[in-house]
Ligand binder design. Structure first.
Ligand code: RIB
Ligand code: CA
Length: 311
């Protein structure tokens, strides 16, 4: 039986590749996509999610708009990374498919209540505002979640939006604290891993060599996305963060990690949004997450390329 997932997302070029990887993989059934404000404002993330579904030939996918701002603080966006549209690079037509009526948070709650317990996986790829709001409005659903597999946080790799914090967590630390304390099985894919998932030129060339509209668009997305990160990190390509979530579901053996305690800093102005990961077990705090530390990058890109070619 396919893994049944809800993708919560703020597209974002890397979110787009994560969504495409999911739609190109029969092992996964996408029950719906819930857009959240993050990389760009909600109106654009909700638009971009539909553009990506139509690029994949999947206008049937249900896309919902969710929260347009964090729980407690003003929205911080990342146009400097993703461009003003959030999906700069390819020119993708405005979608014909409509947004689904109703709020994304209600879709998450209703789906988790309607489906048998332990059968739906949540895949947050952006700030955790939608997920946290759903858990706050419907405390019963946390126990019904099969698992949460999210891109967020950092420990040995430190932060990318502040010296201490990774963007998804930093945008809404209160939401992250709610999700990390909810008790649902948690898999955290931090910058420690995604900074090893670099879109080198051969890997980008492999996307382009697929020779389809999807392959070309992804090559153009990662070309655009790369310019900022290559300059910032001096790395041999841009880190492709969010597809690591989808890939973990498809091939967990590509990744290694450790069950540890991870708490979220929400008080200190200096380190707000930091994921405080007890990697060496120096506290008595109970493990609450599988914190991923490493991956087989060649295996990841082979998987992504092979699945994109199916669309
Ligand atoms: O820090 C990387 C994360 O922030 C990714 O999910 C990227 O899409 C942005 O949302
Ligand atoms: Ca994202």
């Amino acid at each position: 039986m396919a893994e049944r997932i809800i993708i919560d997302t703020d597209p974002g070029q890397d979110d787009a590749v994560a969504i495409l990887l999911a739609l190109g993989s029969p092992e996964l059934e996408v029950l719906g996509i819930t857009a959240v404000a993050g990389n760009v404002p909600l109106a654009l993330t909700a638009l971009n999610a539909r553009k990506v579904c139509e690029l994949a030939g999947r206008p049937d996918i249900k896309v919902f708009a969710g929260c347009d701002r964090p729980l407690r603080q003003p929205l911080v966006t990342a146009e400097h990374v993703h461009g003003k549209t959030g999906l700069d690079g390819p020119t993708l037509p405005d979608p014909q498919m409509p947004l689904q009526p109703g709020h994304a948070v209600d879709f998450i709650i209703d789906t988790l209540r309607a489906e048998p317990p332990g059968t739906v996986t949540l895949c947050p790829l952006g700030p955790l505002t939608n997920i946290a709001t759903a858990f706050e409005q419907a405390p019963d659903i946390a126990a019904r979640v099969k698992q949460i597999v999210l891109m967020g946080g950092a420990y040995f790799e430190v932060g990318n939006i502040t010296p201490a914090a990774e963007f998804n967590i930093y945008v809404d630390p209160e939401a992250a604290e709610i999700v990390f304390r909810a008790g649902a099985p948690l898999v955290v894919i931090p910058l420690d891993v995604t900074h090893k998932a670099l879109v080198t030129k051969p890997r980008n060339d492999a996307f382009r060599a697929i020779g389809t509209p999807v392959g070309t668009a992804v090559a153009e997305m990662t070309d655009f996305f790369e310019r900022f990160d290559r300059e910032k990190y001096g790395s041999d390509g841009a880190p492709l963060h969010d597809p690591c979530v989808t890939a973990w579901l498809l091939k967990p053996a590509l990744f290694t990690g450790r069950r540890i305690n991870v708490e979220i800093e929400v008080h200190s102005p200096l380190t707000r949004g930091m994921t405080v990961a007890d990697w060496w077990g120096v506290t008595d705090r109970a493990p609450n997450a599988l914190f991923i530390g490493d991956l087989d990058a060649d295996g990841l890109f082979a998987l992504i390329t092979e699945r994109l070619a199916r669309l």
